[in-house]
Design a protein around this ligand. Structure first.
Ligand SMILES: [Zn+2]
Length: 76
């Protein structure tokens, strides 16, 4: 169980790929942070899983990413 202390995503947060409103924040193990809209979050989901990114979703935009990531993610 992880508890993120990052601020909620807001309308000011934009997808890194297309500048749409971001609904997902991916925190990389390296410390990097990526923002994705729903479309790009799905598109890059496998890549983010491979990178072991931690996914934070906006409450406003439940993308069904979380369940998949938890199912496929590392169990350590
Ligand atoms: Zn996008």
């Amino acid at each position: 169980m992880t508890t993120l202390t990052r601020p909620e995503l807001t309308a000011a947060d934009r997808c890194d790929r297309c500048s749409a409103a971001a609904g997902v924040r991916a925190l990389l193990p390296s410390g990097g942070e990526l923002l994705f809209c729903g479309h790009h979050a799905r598109e890059h989901r496998d890549r983010l899983i491979a990178l072991e990114a931690e996914i934070q979703q906006s409450d406003n935009e439940m993308l069904e990413l979380d369940a998949s990531i938890k199912r496929e993610g590392p169990t350590t």
